[in-house]
Design a protein around this ligand. Structure first.
Ligand code: FMN
Length: 200
C-alpha cells in the first residue's frame, strides 16, 4: 500500500501540455473530487473546502474569462500574446477544478475559539493545499496531466457571477487538467541532507 502511495507521489508532475481527450468518465472525475473533498483533513474537522468542477464548455468559459480579464490588465501586445498562448494551453484541456475556502466557516471558528483566531485562516489554506494535492495526484493516477494555477483574485468577481458562487467562498486555486500531450522536463532536486534532519 505504501509503495502504491509513494509511486503516485513520485509520479505527480506539472503538465502544461494537455488535450480535451477523455481519459476516464466524468463520473469517475466527480468521484475523485468528492472522495478528496470528503477525506482530506481540515483543522477542527471544519470542512471549509469548497470545489467547483468545470467540464466541457464550462471549462472553456473559465479560460475565456481569464484571458479577457488579463487583456484588460496587460497593455503591451507582445506580452499579452504570450499570456494568450498560455490561456489557450489551459483551455485546450478537458476540465478545471476550482478550489475555494468558505470564509464563513473560518470566521465561525475564530468566534468560537478566539485563542486560535490568527491560525484559522492559515490552517484553512493549509487544508486547501492538501486537498489540491490529493486531487492533482488523484487525477494524474487516472492518466490525466494537470497544473496548479492562481489567477485569483483577478478573476474572482467574474467567476462568482458566472457560476453563482456564494460571497463567502474565496477562490484559492485553479487546476486545469487533460490528457497529456507533452511530458514535463527534468526536475532538479536540492540535496536532502540540507532539507531533512533526523535525530535519534
Ligand atoms: C503552492 C503552489 C503554487 C503554485 N503555483 C503555480 C502557478 O501559479 N502557476 C504554475 O504554472 N505552477 C504553479 N505551481 C507549480 C510549481 O511550479 C511546480 O509544482 C514545481 O515547479 C515543481 O514541479 P512539478 O509540479 O512538476 O513537480 C505551484 C505549486 C505549488 C505547490
Amino acid at each position: 500500500m505504501s509503495k502504491d502511495f509513494f509511486s503516485a507521489v513520485k509520479q505527480r508532475r506539472t503538465y502544461y501540455g494537455i488535450s480535451k481527450e477523455a481519459v476516464v468518465s466524468d463520473e469517475r472525475i466527480r468521484e475523485i473530487v468528492e472522495d478528496a473533498v470528503k477525506h482530506t483533513p481540515s483543522s477542527f474537522n471544519s470542512q471549509s473546502a469548497r470545489v467547483v468542477l468545470l467540464l466541457g464548455e464550462q471549462h472553456d468559459k473559465l479560460w475565456d474569462i481569464t484571458k479577457e480579464t488579463l487583456r484588460g490588465i496587460i497593455k503591451d501586445d507582445e506580452q499579452f500574446a504570450s499570456t494568450a498562448q498560455r490561456m489557450a494551453g489551459f483551455r485546450s484541456g478537458y476540465g478545471t477544478v476550482l478550489f475555494f475556502e468558505d470564509n464563513s466557516v473560518v470566521e465561525g471558528l475564530q468566534q468560537k475559539l478566539p485563542l486560535y483566531k490568527d491560525n484559522f485562516p492559515i490552517w484553512s489554506h493549509q487544508s486547501s493545499g492538501m486537498l489540491q494535492y490529493v486531487i492533482w495526484t488523484g487525477l494524474e493516477l487516472e492518466g490525466f496531466g494537470a497544473s496548479l494555477q492562481h489567477y485569483n483574485p483577478l478573476i474572482d468577481d467574474q467567476v462568482k457571477k458566472e457560476w453563482n458562487i456564494p460571497d463567502s467562498w474565496q477562490l484559492i486555486a485553479q487546476l486545469p487538467f487533460g490528457k497529456p500531450t507533452a511530458e514535463p522536463g527534468e526536475k532538479e532536486f536540492q540535496p536532502l541532507q540540507d532539507r531533512v534532519k533526523v535525530y535519534k
